[in-house]
Design a protein around this ligand. Sequence first.
Ligand SMILES: *Cc1c(COP(=O)(O)O)cnc(C)c1O
Length: 408
Amino acid sequence: MGLAPDGGLFMPQYIPKADIDVVFRKAEKSFPEMASYLAWLFMEGDVDKDALDEVCRQAFGFDVRLSHIEGDKYTLELFHGPTFAFKDFGAGFMGRMLGVLNGSGEDLTILTATSGDTGSAVANGFYGVPGVKVVVLYPEGKVSDLQESQMTTLGGNIFPLRVRGNFDDCQRIVKEIFSDSVFRAEKKVTSANSINILRWLPQSFYYFYGWYLWNSATGKYMPEITVPSGNYGNISAGMLAKKMGLPVKGFIAASNANDIIPKYLETGVFEPKPSVHTVANAMDVGNPSNYERILDLYGGSFASVKADVRGYSCGDGDIKKAIREMYGRYGYVSDPHSAVGYNAAVRYGADGFWLSTAHRAKFAEVIEDALGRDFPLPDALERFLGKEKVFTPIDADTLAVEDFVRGL
Ligand SMILES: *Cc1c(COP(=O)(O)O)cnc(C)c1O
């Protein structure tokens, strides 16, 4: 279930304590070993430990790197997964876990509407999971060639629907299907959106790993962690890690022009607004859902949130300036979302690291605009482009999509 029956977000019933020495030893072995230790703290008794180990090996079989930019400046690169953005952690874990939880039960269909990135992360995270079929609805002509390739070249249990309509049509269709009780009695369908607790929980794991890498590199113990934020799932998972015992001095909530949370940190008032479009578009959120989780983690106290979190926001001009500055000074090419993190960390002189949430190649037009040149695609992305796209074109019509799902 994505949402709880009362419309709220799920939280763990209790928050277990992690033993930081054990975390360190497991992390020395591998990210998946450490991840499985942490996940087990929540799931002991609910799943088999060997199955959980295997889930973590499959979901997290890629690098997590701490890049040293200069002096005190470090960034934790979370974009070395299959679709080159940090959402691979949540989507990959949820996909493999559903395979385990669903067991040999009836077929489960995941329905997801996407404007590009979520669909590719979910398609790759759920690819090959037995008993699970994934139907991805995306708007024709509105996603980049690369994003379309990442959703349409997998085959297997992934069924891309290219909808003759826009993203809102795709979302509407998915919503209508979820509220069609007749259809749901026929077919077991669920969503995989970013607020699902199975996507949220594993995002806490890389905070532990980032701490391990940073502590090993610097000998220091208490980082301040800067998180480029939009819907605030990422940073709230960091707050969960802190509650589990991770030594963290505090967080910097770094946003683009959609400054709802930085404003809240100034005024104590949470005031959602329509989102505005920016060059860091995966953070264009005007009503961040995970605000609820943040409040819950801090016992509903604004003073406690404020004691732990500093807010920062910047516009497109400053984002492009940061991309130029990092390239000019350090020869490092940052994607626009991570550049917001850089700006925030520099502004506060933060001693710690910022999270880099996407690979520059995913936002090549912004980089080209900022730097006046382009860069070659990494081989792993190039490979997607070389393959034939296979998808089903469909009208923006809920009944047509239901028929398609019935026929799978
Ligand atoms: C989703 C996303 C974000 C924002 O993460 P939240 O958890 O929504 O705060 C930042 N950067 C990139 C590249 C993203 O895809």
